[in-house]
Design a protein. Structure first.
Lengths: 311, 282
């Protein structure tokens, strides 16, 4: 299990990660979703002890990552796929990494087989494609058989075949009972992979819920209505759980009623409808709206309460 | 694709005979650094270059010093001020390669980004510095020692055979200067490892080291008045001269004084690097 408590990272005046807390559960794939620059990688680097948090802490299986006698056996991570020495072979790269905790060549060869790099294992890694680099990075994350696997943008650079491969691999890891934590800036990818979603924007957690919940929240139906009696209709539709907005004369956008219900109301009052179209927001839109709101909030000149206190 | 085995076979096949839980030890981190260093072709090219430079330039200098082989008109004279300086003149080239080798050892991982993988694997960080310094010394010391001894004995043999002024191992100060040269080169390399990690870049590390050991002292000696000599002799290269040459001059530190000052520079650089490594975000 991976726990983050009130984790904060400031670079001078800029707050990259702002008091975030979440828990990543074992047995499922948790997606860490946010636009570029939202703080995903910074959070992951703090979990690994690479960056020192300004405040707060991250707990890996109940203790600090750096406090473990063999951290990579608790949490295996992939941060940057191309962060390998171009002159060294994939096999020697993994051997050197495994050697720090006494893992030998047979386990290395096993992992090279798992990620499908056996044929190129002895060639200099400089010639690797981004996809091959990702596979090598995933092999290094799994090397010490960790109970938590944390991958930063693992799908980046993979071809469709590779994407399918990694989805199956991640599912298998989760089914094994491992904690699987993957970041992405693409909702479309998370939709297909993750069962739980943590959305980050501008260093703050915007959503922490199951994918099903997120979908249920996101797909609030809107109905676009076109009618010459828009004003009359608007008054008739008004209700406690209904919101009606007008985008242009004669046009309404209704939230909280189905197209059938709106049609019934119009028929009962003999109002002509020229258009009645249900519009379903995609998850991508829901995600963009969520993060855009965060950007707008943080973009105002009003200082953040915590910053005001500090100043 | 074969069936995926995500768990080590030993652990799944026979839990009773499972391998001991993985654990970081300093010995293992040193092994890891050794695998990294030996698996790069550039390592062995540099080692060959260091030995080659020390031996080849030393022998050429000795041959030129006999007068039997003359350099082209106006060409550089390799001959040193003493027979020992002549046969060890290759060290002046060797030191540049050792410096480059050391900085590469320290900074290469920062250039590729691999350092973050390394430090995530070994979050205590200090074992990584110890591992790099240990492995580097273990590779460079034998190479420099062998190259220097070959250059000395073969070079002095050439000088002796031709009847030119030569030196013998048992002459006063000779053994000290030869071994001092070995120590100076290894020390410069270690400085390179430390500066490479401190500045986190190959260019910056090489610039500071080669600038610091070659150009600054030369420039300073030329530009500053003589009264500054009492300060300048404490610079790494000036301190190095006091224990790498046979002819001591009054403007230099004593042999052991030089060793102590040079050693202090190396220790300060390692200390600063250790402090930076522990404090800064990777």
């Amino acid at each position: 299990m991976l726990e983050v408590r009130e984790l904060t990272k400031k670079y001078g005046d800029v707050t990259a990660v702002d008091h975030i807390s979440f828990t990543v559960q074992p047995g499922i794939i948790t997606g860490f979703l946010g636009p570029n620059g939202a703080g995903k990688s910074t959070t992951m680097r703090m979990i690994l002890g690479l960056d020192r948090p300004t405040s707060g802490k991250a707990l890996v299986n109940g203790r600090s990552y750096t406090g473990s006698p063999a951290p990579m056996a608790e949490l295996g991570a992939l941060l940057e796929a191309k962060a390998i020495d171009k002159g060294r072979s994939a096999r020697n790269h993994l051997r050197a990494l495994g050697a720090t905790v006494g893992i030998g060549s047979s386990r290395v060869d096993e992992l090279l087989e798992v990620v499908g790099l056996t044929d190129v294992a002895r060639k200099p890694a400089g010639a690797f494609s981004l996809g091959m680099g990702q596979r090598l990075g995933i092999a290094s994350a799994l090397l010490a058989d960790p109970s938590i696997v944390m991958l930063d943008e693992p799908v980046n650079g993979l071809d469709p075949d590779g994407i399918l491969w990694i989805r199956n691999l991640l599912r298998e890891l989760a089914t094994d009972g491992r904690t699987v934590f993957i970041s992405s800036h693409l909702m479309s990818e998370m939709e297909l992979t993750a069962e739980h979603l943590i959305v980050i924007g501008r260093g703050s957690i915007l959503a922490d819920m199951s994918m099903d919940e997120f979908i249920a929240n996101a797909s609030t139906q809107h109905v676009s209505v076109v009618s010459p009696h828009a004003t009359d209709l608007r008054n008739l539709l008004a209700g406690p759980d209904v919101s009606v907005t007008s985008t242009a004369p004669g046009r309404l956008v209704v939230q909280g009623l189905s197209a059938a219900e709106i049609g019934d109301v119009a028929a009962r009052h003999q109002l002509t409808l020229h258009g009645l179209v249900p519009i379903e927001a995609s998850l991508e839109e829901a995600f963009m709206k969520l993060t855009r709101d965060a950007v707008e909030y943080r973009g105002t000149s009003e200082p953040h309460p915590s910053e005001r206190k500090a100043a | 694709m074969p069936t995926m085995t995500l768990t080590p076979e030993a652990a799944t096949a026979n839990p009773a005979a499972a391998t001991p839980a993985p654990r970081i030890t300093i010995r293992r981190v040193i092994t890891s650094e050794w695998i990294k260093l030996r698996s790069l072709r550039s390592t062995w090219m540099l080692v060959a270059g260091i030995v080659g430079a020390i031996v080849v330039f030393g022998l050429i200098s000795a041959a030129v010093a006999t007068g039997n082989v003359s350099s082209t008109d106006g060409g550089p004279s390799f001959a040193g001020s003493t027979p020992v300086a002549t046969v060890l003149s290759g060290a002046n080239f060797g030191v540049l390669l050792v410096a480059v080798f050391g900085v590469l050892m320290g900074a290469r991982e920062y250039s590729s980004g691999l350092i973050r993988t390394t430090l995530a694997a070994v979050p205590a960080r200090m074992p990584v510095l110890v591992g790099k310094l240990t492995v580097f010394t273990a590779v460079v010391l034998p190479a420099v020692l062998a190259g220097t001894l070959v250059a000395f004995f073969a070079g002095t043999a050439i000088l002796t055979q031709s009847g030119a002024a030569s030196a013998s191992w048992s002459d006063p100060g000779v053994a000290g200067a030869v071994l001092g040269t070995v120590g100076y080169l290894v020390g410069i390399g270690v400085l390179g490892v430390a500066l490479g990690m401190l500045f986190r870049g190959i260019g910056a590390g090489i610039g500071v080291l080669i600038g610091g050991i070659l150009f600054v002292p030369t420039l300073a000696t030329a530009l500053l008045p003589d009264s500054w000599d009492s300060v300048l002799k404490y610079l790494p290269s000036a301190a190095g001269q006091s224990f790498t040459s046979v002819s001591a001059s009054d403007s230099m530190l004593s042999y052991w004084g030089g060793v102590a000052v040079f050693g202090a520079w190396v220790v300060i650089a390692i200390g600063g690097t250790a402090w930076s490594l522990m404090r800064r975000d990777a």
